[in-house]
Design a protein around this ligand. Structure first.
Ligand code: DQA
Length: 146
């Protein structure tokens, strides 16, 4: 049985590696994608956009493919009713992930509009948050298939 997981990355994550490395680490998004593909537990689709509506389309595409969603909505975490609604509109497991721990950061990062619409959240483990997100998504898919 093929388990499919779609990774959806929001704004500015294409700049990982050079973007505030003290907060987000030195790995690029391509490094993280390679790390995820090496795990080999699921068929991986890995996407990034700086455009909110494109992220909505990626969520719909994941659902249409019957794939679990692992999403780092980046700054849209804290502002996007559209992403909240998109995640609520689909019937596949979804995991919100963050490299940093927003709860320890500025006040404006301490509210996630996405958290209210996903299955669960993993944050604060750097690039490992992506691996943990993959494990969570695969486990959720397996539980549904039983
Ligand atoms: C982030 C945290 C967000 O607050 C921020 O806007 C990001 C990255 C993270 O992965 O830690 O762009 O989602």
């Amino acid at each position: 049985m093929t388990l499919a997981v779609h990774f959806i990355n929001g704004p500015n994550l294409n700049r990982l590696g050079t973007r505030e490395p003290q907060v987000y680490g030195i790995q690029t998004l391509a490094d993280i994608e390679n790390m995820i593909r090496e795990v080999g537990t699921a068929d991986i689709t890995f996407r990034q956009s700086n455009v909110e509506g494109e992220l909505v389309n990626f969520i719909h595409a994941a659902a249409d493919a019957g794939a679990a969603i692992v999403i780092n909505p980046a700054a849209y975490t804290h502002t996007s009713v559209a992403l909240h609604d998109a995640l609520k509109s689909v019937d596949v497991p979804s995991v919100e992930i963050h490299l940093s721990q927003p709860a320890k950061r500025e006040t404006f990062r301490q509210r996630s509009l996405v958290a209210e619409a996903v299955t669960g959240t993993i944050s604060g483990f750097g690039a490992q948050s992506y691996i943990l997100g993959l494990h969570a998504a695969v486990n959720l898919l397996k539980a549904r298939k039983r």
